[in-house]
Write a protein that binds this ligand. Structure first.
Ligand SMILES: Nc1ncnc2c1ncn2[C@@H]1O[C@H](COP(=O)(O)OP(=O)(O)OP(=O)(O)O)[C@@H](O)[C@H]1O
Ligand SMILES: [Mg+2]
Length: 312
């Protein structure tokens, strides 16, 4: 991470386009903002747009704006984000899913530094630095014909490859401490610290959601904590998964094998339910047991069923 921040400081002053590749939650937007904040453009807007989330037919009017009457619902004229970002930085997130037509137009703006509103006739000149991010391999997308090769080379001037958190476990203690400080402050609590076992569990876990997942786990730990120490019991069961056997085994020397097995079974079931967003049918399917069997276990082990956080 420190190496990456050195490069940020080095390339920020230029106007060159930046391409940031990395899995979800590795800090792509954080780096994009850091580039902007360290550049001479820092007083001008940083405008993020999630090109993957905007519906295709809206994307171009969002980026380029439109004149009144350009299409049926265009009852008033609207500025596009290229104009909003003028003098500053436009952050095109999830660029890998951008439709080919729009890619062609972006390439034109990059080359000519000018564009037209949808339905318009006047050329508009802008000075915008483009930073893009993607969690797909753009080179691969080029090979598959899903991404324009010429645009790829235009965007790939300065590239950051953000490694997944599991590939830089040495960052975990510093990041965890950073988030503990932030969420302790935010909740007006004295600074929370991790027990050695909790830190070991964080180092062992694979972090599919990367830094964002670590941040959420630390926030949860701080909010649930009742003392200065955050131990294993305040980490979600799927994070301590690799240390399943540690709970009752380590904490009570006279627990029966039966109790230990029940404890492990409970953790595995909660873990699966969390991953299935508390959908018991899906969890039963994945366990390859009948739903009725899962329900019996949930009752016997007094697993508390949480509400679903999102629709399946
Ligand atoms: N090195 C870091 N130091 C502190 N916080 C970080 C770091 N890297 C990431 N974060 C935090 O982790 C969270 C996720 O980062 P960010 O939104 O930049 O990821 P992303 O790669 O854009 O994810 P996605 O692909 O899902 O959009 C943010 O809250 C960010 O502040
Ligand atoms: Mg992002």
């Amino acid at each position: 991470m420190l190496r990456i921040f050195d490069t940020v400081a080095q390339i920020a002053p230029s106007r060159s386009t930046v391409l940031i590749q990395g899995e979800s939650g590795t800090g792509k937007e954080l780096i994009a903002k850091a580039v902007h904040a360290n550049s001479p453009r820092k007083e001008k807007p940083f405008v993020p747009v999630n090109t993957g989330a905007v519906p295709t037919d809206l994307l171009e009017s969002t980026l380029f704006g439109h004149v009144k009457g350009a299409f049926t619902s265009a009852v008033t004229a609207k500025k596009g984000l290229f104009e909003v970002a003028n003098g500053g930085t436009l952050f095109l997130d999830e660029i890998g899913t951008m439709p080919l037509d729009t890619q062609a137009k972006i390439l034109r703006v990059l080359q000519d530094k000018r564009f037209m509103h949808l339905g318009g006739t006047q050329e508009i000149q802008v000075d915008v630095r483009i930073i893009t991010a993607t969690n797909v391999d753009l080179r691969q997308a080029v090979r598959e014909g899903k991404f324009r090769e010429d645009l790829f080379y235009r965007l790939d001037v300065i590239r950051f490859e953000l490694p997944p958190l599991r590939a830089r476990r040495e960052d975990i203690p510093a990041l965890a401490t950073h988030f503990l400080r932030r969420y302790s402050d935010e909740n007006e609590l004295p600074m929370r610290t991790l027990s050695p076992e909790a830190l070991r569990a964080l180092m062992d876990y694979d972090w599919p959601g990367n830094v964002r997942e670590l941040e959420n786990v630390m926030e949860r730990g701080v909010v649930l904590s009742t003392s200065q120490h955050i131990g294993l019991e305040l980490l979600p069961p799927h994070v301590t998964g690799k240390s399943y056997s540690s709970s009752l085994l380590e904490h009570s020397t006279n627990a029966s094998l039966f109790d230990i097995m029940e404890d492990i079974e409970r953790r595995i079931i909660i873990d699966k339910l969390e991953r299935c967003n508390w959908n018991q049918t899906e969890a039963a399917e994945q366990f390859r047991i009948p739903l009725s069997t899962l329900n019996q276990k949930i009752k016997r082990l007094s697993v508390e069923i949480k509400k679903r956080t999102r629709e399946a």
